[in-house]
Design a protein around this ligand. Structure first.
Ligand code: SAH
Length: 248
């Protein structure tokens, strides 16, 4: 039987937010490849299934390993958190294909969509992504900080709702503060800012602030930050962005 490679996402955390299609792919897999904590979210399926846990930072090595297993005839599933195409493993797999063994281009490679953190986080707070929005990762491991600044400025200038992935980590404690300072120069201090930690899990926590009061130290690597557009507003305990920009 010829091999295959499918890239899946577990969703934001709780089992119900993993799609049935992803579950079916996981049940059929001979080999699971991924970052240890993501693999731990997957209940044991078949006794003959092999799990290859690796460190989170070695994405390209992990992608190459998965491709070699598929080329050797295995039914391989590469596991990401959330959606596999959003700041995650699907791109790493195609990058490895582009620069790797030409035979990998003929492999049966598929991507299954998953629930990304931004959607789970928005749902915890109401409907902050109800208007036009964008997503920016604040991690400068793979891109320059000047690129991030340029995109933050453009997004603020165009009045998008902005979802910030990777707002902070132990190695990068200052970037969210710098990003919020940059946004304060362009956007109103009354703009709603949401810190949603562990969205779509039993431990979820939402901190609602404004751009003027937002405290960057609230965020860690399990937090998704949403900065509103000029129309984003609060009603009761919810935050939403109306679909019409003409609402007063
Ligand atoms: N592929 C993932 C994103 C990977 S980047 C997805 O689609 O969700 C990792 C970042 O995603 C984290 O630093 C955090 O900003 C965000 N994130 C992932 N899971 C989250 C969750 N359950 N709640 C809030 N943010 C989360």
């Amino acid at each position: 039987m010829s091999g295959s490679l499918t890239v899946v996402g577990t969703g934001p955390g709780k089992a119900e937010l993993m799609t049935p299609a992803t579950r079916a792919v996981l049940d059929r897999a001979s080999d699971l490849v991924g970052y240890g904590p993501y693999l731990d979210r997957i209940p044991a399926t078949r006794a003959d299934q092999q799990r290859h846990a690796s460190d989170n930072r070695v994405e390209l090595d992990r992608a190459r390993h998965a491709l070699s297993l598929a080329a050797a005839g295995r039914q391989v599933v590469v596991v990401s958190g959330g959606d596999p195409g959003v700041f995650a493993m699907a791109s790493a797999v195609f990058e490895a294909v582009e620069h790797g063994d030409p035979a990998w281009r003929t492999l049966d490679i598929r991507v299954e969509p998953g629930v990304t953190a931004m959607l789970a986080a928005a749902a915890e707070a109401g409907a902050p992504l109800g208007g036009d929005f964008c997503a920016i990762s604040l991690s400068d491991n793979l891109k320059n900080w000047s690129t991030i600044e340029r995109r933050l400025n453009a997004a603020a200038d165009a009045d998008f709702v902005i979802a910030l992935y990777n707002p902070a980590s132990k190695a990068r404690p200052h970037q969210l503060g710098m990003a919020l300072d940059l946004l304060r120069q362009v956007k109103s201090g009354t703009t709603p800012v949401l810190f949603v930690r562990a969205a779509g899990t039993a431990e979820t926590k939402v901190v609602a602030a404004t751009l003027a009061t937002a405290d960057a130290s609230v965020a860690d690597m399990r937090t998704l930050v949403i900065v509103g557009a000029s129309t984003t507003r609060t009603v009761g305990r919810w935050v939403y962005t109306p679909r019409s920009e003409r609402l007063t």
